[in-house]
Design a protein around this ligand. Structure first.
Ligand SMILES: Nc1ncnc2c1ncn2[C@@H]1O[C@H](COP(=O)(O)OP(=O)(O)OP(=O)(O)O)[C@@H](O)[C@H]1O
Ligand SMILES: [Mg+2]
Length: 195
């Protein structure tokens, strides 16, 4: 299970300024899915998650877990590798899942309707570097990395500039803390550090 940062152990519990990264180790595919479900609970229309990382890092796994957790009846969530975009009509909000790896021109972003979706829908974007100057400034950036020596482990770093994400991530941290056993991990033991 993902551990949250212990405020007493991080900067004396002071508020971290926007853009400060959260980072965590995700020891298994299920740990990644669990974090995706926690983040899903915090999302609102107009929120955008940029999922960066190399091939096989777990971007689609994260997105699929998040989308399925928001479905009233879980359905198949295909990777949008060839379609570029898959849309989902979820309760209360549309969700767009994009994989821009095969994007051929920046104009396609507008043609797909993604620019409007950034403001109106929940958007999950794989290979967000393809967005270039169309990258939404209000997005939460999630960067997954993998170590070939650790097959099922991933490292995730979260960054943002829109201050709304600080509150959302604090919510996730406190939810996780509430479900943790009474003995809190020491900073060195925590999987989920705010640095
Ligand atoms: N800790 C982990 N987090 C995420 N995925 C993991 C983890 N451990 C193992 N995996 C596995 O790694 C694979 C990641 O594949 P996935 O398609 O999500 O990668 P991707 O980043 O979307 O790659 P691509 O750039 O090709 O789209 C999945 O099979 C998943 O089960
Ligand atoms: Mg993918």
């Amino acid at each position: 299970m993902i551990e949250s940062p212990d405020p007493a152990a991080t900067d004396s519990g002071t508020t971290t300024p926007p853009s400060s990264p959260f980072s965590c180790d995700l020891a298994s595919a299920e740990a990644t899915a669990e974090l995706a479900r926690l983040i899903a609970e915090q999302l609102q229309p107009g929120d955008c998650l940029l999922l960066a990382g190399p091939i096989g890092a777990g971007k689609t796994h994260f997105a699929r877990s998040l989308i399925q957790s928001l479905m009233p009846v879980p359905e198949d969530v295909p990777s949008p590798t060839f379609t570029l975009v898959q849309t989902y009509d979820l309760p209360g909000c549309d969700l767009w899942h994009a994989d821009l790896y095969r994007l051929s021109a920046l104009e396609e972003i507008e043609e797909l309707g993604l620019v409007e979706a950034f403001e109106e829908a929940i958007c999950l974007i794989e290979w967000p570097d393809r967005l270039a100057e169309l990258t939404p400034a209000h997005a939460l950036q999630l960067s997954l990395s993998l170590d070939p020596a650790l097959e099922d482990s991933r490292h995730l770093t979260l960054t943002w500039t829109d201050p709304k994400w600080q509150h959302r991530l604090d919510q996730i941290a406190s939810l996780n803390r509430a479900s943790s056993p009474p003995a809190q991990p020491t900073p060195s033991e925590s999987q989920y550090d705010q640095s």
